[in-house]
Design a protein around this ligand. Structure first.
Ligand code: G3H
Ligand code: 13P
Ligand code: ZN
Length: 283
């Protein structure tokens, strides 16, 4: 069934577990995420970036996910990941998304508040949940050094003001993770997470979670993370399997014989994450 992000994440917060938010760009990825959630009896969030919308088209990808969600017995939310403008958020809302992220993390605090509050106002009028981000995540190549931490990482006092002023439903924070493949070993600022968690009464989101050790993921959930974003690990699961099949059968050209096992590999990866995040059996 198709539900709002808030419905899924408020339960996760109340009961101390996290829900995976998995990025998809095509039918196979979307099918894999929903099937994995069904096998695990778990709620799940399917998300698309602006890049994914450009690739697949918002109308088509939303129809695929909504169709899968409505035909499923587990709760599925359809979420815009890292939306950069009110316009793209509205486009998704019109296409039936049940959750949107407005990412103003590159803006000044006041500009970020202004944009997130505006999106929240519009989205809430349509019963759509809202995520925003405060602090900045490292890029693929960045390893934020300690002296830069305060500049990049989420400030706990600012987080209180931000949530109060914007009325968003969940907050993405920066505590040392980065998008893409890590070059070094990520070092998470758990003390900061603990302080932020104590002062907020909404779910907290961890981006850049591919490649973070299972021990750290478990600790982050224990300290209050409720939504965990995974993109890179799914891309790798899909493409590694494709490379393996082509290497074994260089003459294969039946797309189905290449994509079906790739999809299976994504299902296995998502099931593993769902178990790790503690949402298995929660529905
Ligand atoms: O933050 C999400 C991604 O990992 C980057 O995705 O290449 O679709 O923008 P994108
Ligand atoms: P990864 O690149 O670590 O999978 O991060 C995904 C993400 O944060 C999407 O918003
Ligand atoms: Zn992200």
């Amino acid at each position: 069934m198709l539900v709002t992000g808030k419905e899924i994440l408020n339960d996760a917060r109340k009961n101390g577990y996290a829900v995976g938010a998995f990025n998809v760009v095509n039918m196979e990825m979307a099918q894999a995420v929903v099937r994995a959630a069904e096998y695990e009896n778990s709620p799940v969030i399917i998300q698309t970036t602006e890049g994914a919308l450009e690739y697949a088209g918002v109308s088509l990808i939303s129809k695929i996910v909504k169709k899968l969600a409505k035909g499923s017995n587990v709760p599925v939310a359809l979420h815009l990941d890292h939306g950069k403008s009110l316009e793209v958020a509205m486009q998704c809302i019109r296409s039936g998304y049940t959750s949107v992220m407005i990412d103003g993390s590159h803006l000044s605090l006041n500009e970020n508040i202004f944009l997130a509050a505006r999106v929240a106002e519009v989205a809430h009028a349509c019963n759509v949940s809202v995520e925003a981000e405060l602090g900045r995540l490292g890029g693929i190549e960045d390893n934020v050094n300690v002296s830069k931490e305060d500049e990049f990482f989420t400030d706990p006092d600012e987080a209180i003001t931000f949530v109060k002023e914007t009325e968003i439903d969940y907050l993405a924070i920066a505590i040392g993770t980065a998008h893409g493949k890590y070059k070094g070993i990520p070092k998470l600022d758990f003390d900061r997470l603990e302080i932020i968690k104590k002062s907020l009464e909404i779910p907290i989101v961890l981006h850049g979670a591919s490649g973070v050790s299972e021990k750290d993921i478990k600790k982050a959930i224990k300290l209050g993370i409720n939504k965990i974003n995974i993109d890179t690990d799914l891309r790798v699961a899909f493409t590694d399997k494709i490379k393996e099949i082509i290497a074994l059968n260089p003459d294969e050209f039946d797309i189905r014989k290449i994509f079906a096992p790739a999809r299976e590999n994504v299902i296995e990866t998502v099931r593993h994450k769902i178990k790790l995040f503690g949402s298995s059996g929660k529905y």
